[in-house]
Design a protein around this ligand. Sequence first.
Ligand code: NAI
Length: 333
Amino acid sequence: MHTVTLIPGDGIGPEVSEATVRVVEASGIPIAWERVEAGSEVMHKYGTPVPDEVINAIIKNRIALKGPLATPIGTGFASANVTLRKRLNLFANVRPAKTIPGVKTRFENVDLIVIRENSEDLYSGLEHIVVPGVVESLKIITETACLRIGRFAFEYARRHERKKVTAVHKANIMKLADGLFLECLRRIARDYPEIEYQELIVDNTCMQLVTRPEQFDVMVMENLYGDIVSDLCAGLIGGLGLTASANIGEGDVAMFEAVHGTAPDIAGQNKANPIALILSAVLMLRHMGEMEAASRIERAVMAMLAEGKVRTRDLGGNASTTDICDAIIEKMH
Ligand code: NAI
């Protein structure tokens, strides 16, 4: 029996989490879900969006499945997501983007992985007003974090028999910060002679991604570029309703979540697409070594999407969250 910490989250979080729990349970894997609350509701009750109880539960169980958490823009409390990643030292964010048969997009052959450094860069939260009207935001880049994410990316490529790693940067402008990132990546690349290593400036990367995405395999980048580029990649395969992610830390602690946010415009209406979180649970099951259950769920999701009968609004249909969940479970039988 596995125990998994479940954070249902804000907005559409509880709806897509419930659908995901039902699908995982239907796969036959015995999981005890330990539910803990984080996010904006908790903030009102406890004065922090991430109470210690949440951190302790994840450290104890080592695995968490998380719904989206709301973060106020411009003012208010620090992002609960960034807090979770920092306090749990979840330094690597892994976001696969693979073409899904039956989901019409501009490209038919996307199969890439964005690996985003999760712990530093402009997300250090170090901002201050120098004088009124002038703000300084500090971008922190360390050798330790660059070597760690570089090693992770190449190990990932080797384990998954991937052929190429692209380091995405802006070292022509940020010569010291992104220069250090590249220097570390080059050092790591030498240990993996069987894997092609490429460097590409981030703006050119975006242009290449929307014209010839098939040239990319594993991509590794700092936090901010990773945040933006991974959403771009989500768009390449059909949008936020389909894109899963894993946050991996040291000592095998891992938290799995959809790339999308709380979707306040459709929250509480049984309209959200639960597939992104269901595919995040597939990544979670693989991480736990439950390969068969993971493949069963993934096959059922792909079969349902290929058939194209049951679709939520984001994919041009009018099915509900519950309809999608029922259709996936039916395909598993
Ligand atoms: P969002 O991802 O919540 O929504 C963007 C658009 O995509 C909306 O039109 C929404 O309806 C649609 N959408 C998103 N997920 C969907 C789904 N599963 N099914 C169908 N449609 C879906 O992004 P937004 O509006 O920028 O952020 C809203 C809140 O979510 C903010 O408070 C933000 O901080 C938070 N957020 C949390 C994340 C996390 O917990 N990992 C990630 C991104 C945003």
